[in-house]
Design a protein around this ligand. Structure first.
Ligand code: 26V
Length: 811
């Protein structure tokens, strides 16, 4: 196809264009003159995928030939988002693709927009797994990501009358061009039934139900296209889809029910985050993917290395939180019952293979399963857990542990109706246990794992989280990336430490201006998104003050909203003062059953309605709650943020990774000394971040001992005013009592210390406004944020895991 008089296409462009047309016609089954954007997306993706295949095979061949240790990253969640721009960027094909498409009359950005987000995760834990997959491929570390191929990812959030409504998400409905169904890679996973002695010794488990796991593989291509790993997600199928026995005996409905039960396992992602999910289906999901993944790992190992006894030398299994922790018992079962090893050898292999990452200390998120449920669903695994526990307690007893200590370290919690503590199981079965920020790791040692840390000194280690700069700077913010490349050259793309070369430019007025201009362009784009999505007009010149993350009481969106109300009240009371124009931007989903979080969403929307329609403010304050927060929306908001809200109650946010994404893009953080904020503040310097509030130790003590919220409110006229407006129904005139319960709850038991931190936060926000009025200072700080956060690259995190936990060479 001619290029409309433009210069003839380069051979690369011409070849890619021909490949796209070929895919369009022979695989999508379309015709170029009638193809829809969706057809072009499929054709373009299939053409790109072809270019990954040889490298994928080569990477597999090389890791087989080298016999190095490889990583199995077991995670219930992979929050990937879109893949096309990521793959093109890593392959260095973005511009080639842009030209190839434009010659076909198609615009690359429109094609990107066709791809649904793979939203196979709730939040930070799942997004971290996706960043890690990118980094492992970029560092040429042979790795498999193992998880579940949920047919429906995290729900789609609608905001109707200010309230969250959940509708099913349907990312696979138009097909997924990235994945390969591996009909030949299947593992059978049993549930229920009974355990009986075997004539030849040992025991045999006779499951009452067997579900088949089918592998779906997605290639994960690293930076520069040098290495490709596999994301292997399991889909559940009934072993006998027709259930012929039941069917033939006349039980037609029963035959269907069995199939539905089996296939429900991979139907939908649990939409919780740090809230309890005691449901049996969740345990079935966990065992299903842990068992299939370990069976697959053993099978691949035996194919390459023959003997199962060398498993630990060649494989490192990372447990992403406790969700796959049942794998500790499952590997024992596989090694002993299926592969014939003795207990001690199997245990030695297990410990050397597993390591476990903890992502939260919130008590309600610490998984535990009722013993009775485990005995019914996984009788053989439960026997093994008892044996592991007996051996573990005996060792501690011999080392002098008293009864209190034994109770604390036992895998079985004898209170609360006998439950299996999954964190303890993961800890006991692993050689390393890590937290995700320095503060969080320290707290692990003094709280939930204090006694286990004493029993197993040195096992706990810190690996502060990171983010992939490829997605969160290069792809999300091409304008800023170009400015940086033009200023310090492209080396930072390979090695982010070179970003430090930006620091001197923070003192260069022309560079600061160019930096600000990039921000303004991103803000204009976001303003258009805001207008299109919720019909609110915002001024790109205003300070964009952003809090985007899951809605949770401990993350304290409420504190931000109360401050917004205080600002609103003050603007109305003193209309002649010089106010810094601000846009408060919120986005985030609440777990469907988390009523308090949903009420907070409603409040944000109620406040937005009143503030945005108040003519006396002259647009100086706007509030925007953007619906359906996901990875793609984050990619458009983060480059446009001036201020990053990271305001959790100190001690409760394990790390945070949004904080890193904002700082990398040059937003200033307003935050508590919580999670990775602590380490961010150390690197950007206290002059370039707004830190406020109680510190973790003081906050912990106040939460334990209780504190007088009424006194805190009485001492703060501003906060009193805010609560008065809420009680008076200013933001809910049609239902004045809507927020009465919320205010009364805050006064009676302010568990997350919102009232305690309010004044300090408010003071900090005033400093923000003052700094904004000194553009030189503001933009100097902004540049210094970008310059000083290279350490938060997930490449650094993965190198640390590789060296200190997985013990494998990094090329
Ligand atoms: C818990 C549950 C419980 C019930 C159903 C579904 C579900 C899903 C996830 C979780 C655990 C969530 C833990 C989590 O996401 N932690 C976050 O991990 C990030 C990466 O380490 C970290 O940056 C965040 O601070 C931490 O909250």
């Amino acid at each position: 196809m001619p290029d409309d008089g433009a210069a003839p296409a380069s051979p690369e462009v011409a070849a890619l264009r021909a490949a796209i047309l070929d895919k369009l016609i022979y695989q999508v089954g379309g015709r170029d003159e009638r193809a829809s954007p969706r057809d072009w997306f499929l054709a373009a993706t299939l053409a790109v995928r072809d270019r990954i295949m040889d490298r994928w095979r080569a990477a597999n061949d090389l890791s087989a030939a080298e016999h190095h240790r490889q990583v199995c990253y077991l995670s219930m969640e992979f929050l990937i988002g879109r893949l096309l721009s990521d793959a093109l960027g890593n392959l260095g094909l973005t511009e080639t693709m842009r030209e190839a498409l434009s010659g076909l009359g198609v615009e690359l950005e429109e094609i990107y927009a066709q791809e649904p987000d793979a939203a196979l995760g709730n939040g930070g834990l799942g997004r971290l797994a996706a960043c890690f997959m990118d980094s492992m491929a970029s560092l040429s570390i042979p790795a498999f990501g193992y998880g579940i191929r949920y047919e429906h990812g995290l729900f789609r959030q609608l905001i109707q009358d200010g309230r969250q409504r959940e509708v099913p998400e349907d990312w696979l409905s138009l097909g997924n061009p990235w994945e390969f169904e591996r009909a030949n890679i299947v593992c059978d996973v049993g549930f229920g039934g009974h355990v009986a002695p075997r004539a030849e010794g040992g025991v045999a488990w006779h499951p009452g139900e067997v579900v088949r796991a089918i592998a779906y593989d997605t290639p994960v291509v690293g930076w520069g296209g040098k290495w490709v790993n596999t994301l292997r997600l399991w889909s559940a199928r009934a072993t006998d889809p027709l259930q012929l026995d039941a069917f033939n005996s006349g039980d037609h409905i029963g035959a269907q029910l069995n199939r539905v039960r089996a296939e429900a396992i991979s139907r939908v992602l649990y939409p919780g985050d740090e809230s309890p999910a005691g449901q049996e289906l969740r345990l079935r999901q966990e065992y299903f993917f842990a068992s299939a993944s370990l069976q697959d790992m053993i099978r691949r190992h035996k194919r390459l290395h023959g003997e199962v006894t060398t498993l630990a030398e060649k494989n490192a299994v990372q447990l992403n939180d406790t969700h796959p922790a049942i794998g500790v018992a499952e590997l024992m079962r596989l090694l002993i019952d299926v592969h014939g090893l003795e207990w001690d050898e199997a245990w030695r292999i297990g410990i050397a293979t597993f390591s476990y990452t903890n992502h939260t200390l919130m008590p309600e998120a610490l998984e535990s399963w009722p013993v009775a449920l485990m005995e019914r669903l996984l009788p053989r695994n439960m026997q093994i857990i008892y044996l592991i526990n007996a051996q573990h307690l005996e060792a501690a007893r011999q080392a002098g542990a008293n009864d209190g200590m034994l109770e604390a370290i036992s895998i079985i919690n004898e209170h609360a109706g006998r439950r299996v503590r999954m964190g303890h199981l993961a800890f006991v079965g692993s050689h390393k246990v890590n937290g995700v920020s320095a503060l969080h790791t320290g707290l692990m040692k003094t709280t939930v794992f204090a006694e286990l840390d004493r029993a197993c000194p040195g096992r706990i280690t810190n690996k502060t989280n990171g983010i992939t700069f490829r997605r969160w700077l290069q792809r999300a913010n091409p304008g800023l990336t170009k400015l940086i490349t033009d200023s310090i050259g492209p080396r930072f793309l390979d090695d982010p430490e070179h970003l430090a070369e930006l620091a001197p430019l923070a003192h260069d007025a022309a560079f600061r201006e160019a930096f600000e201009a990039q921000r303004l362009a991103a803000k204009r784009r976001l303003a258009e998104v805001v207008r299109a999505r919720i019909g609110v007009a915002v001024d790109p010149q205003a300070l964009f003050d952003v809090q985007i993350k899951r809605i949770h009481e401990y993350k304290r969106q409420l504190l931000n909203i109360l401050q917004t109300i205080a600002l609103y009240n003050a603007m109305r009371a003193q209309p002649m003062s010089r106010w810094t124009p601000r846009v408060k931007i919120f986005a985030g989903k609440a777990a469907p059953s988390y009523h308090q979080a949903k009420l907070i969403i409603r409040l944000a929307n109620d406040v937005a309605r009143v503030v945005n329609n108040d003519p006396t403010l002259h647009g100086l304050l706007k509030v925007a709650f953007l619906p359906n927060y996901n990875v793609t929306l984050a990619e458009s908001i983060i480059p446009a943020a001036d201020l990053s809200e990271q305001i959790s109650t100190a001690g409760l946010e394990a790390s945070g990774t949004g904080n890193m994404k904002f700082a990398l893009n040059g937003a200033l953080t307003i935050g508590t000394l919580d999670g990775a904020n602590v380490e961010i503040s150390e690197r950007v310097g206290l002059d370039n971040i707004f830190i406020f509030g109680l510190k973790a130790d003081a906050a912990g003590a106040m939460r334990r001992d209780g504190f007088d919220a009424r006194a805190a409110v009485a001492a703060s006229p501003e906060l009193q005013g805010v609560l008065d407006s809420l009680m008076g129904g200013v933001f809910s005139p049609e239902e004045p009592d809507r927020y009465r319960g919320l205010v009364e709850g805050l006064l009676a038991h302010d568990s997350f210390l919102v009232t305690a931190d309010f004044d300090s936060y408010q003071r900090s926000q005033r400093q923000v406004a003052e700094r904004w009025r000194q553009p030189d200072d503001w933009w100097r700080s902004a540049v210094l944020n970008t310059a000083n956060v290279a350490w938060f690259s997930s490449d650094r995190t993965i190198r640390d895991y590789a060296e200190e936990i997985w013990k494998l060479p990094v090329r």
